[in-house]
Design a protein around this ligand. Structure first.
Ligand SMILES: [Zn+2]
Length: 63
């Protein structure tokens, strides 16, 4: 099953806006609305998420 992922905040809380009439998506997490969202399966999302966590950790260590 494909997940819809917000390109702005990487949230999975993305749904079709207005029941799909506009063909746009809306992120419930950050309010992003647009026709572009990331589509990926569960394992790809996990990789992305874990990758970002690693990046965050690396950034913390710089301080
Ligand atoms: Zn978002």
């Amino acid at each position: 099953m494909k997940l819809l992922v917000c390109p702005v905040c990487r949230s999975k809380d993305v749904e079709l806006d207005s029941g799909g009439y506009t063909g746009k998506y809306r992120c419930k997490s950050c309010g992003y609305t647009g026709s572009f969202v990331l589509e990926m399966d569960e394992s790809a999302y996990k990789e992305l998420y874990e990758g970002e966590e690693i990046v965050k950790d690396a950034e913390k260590k710089k301080d």
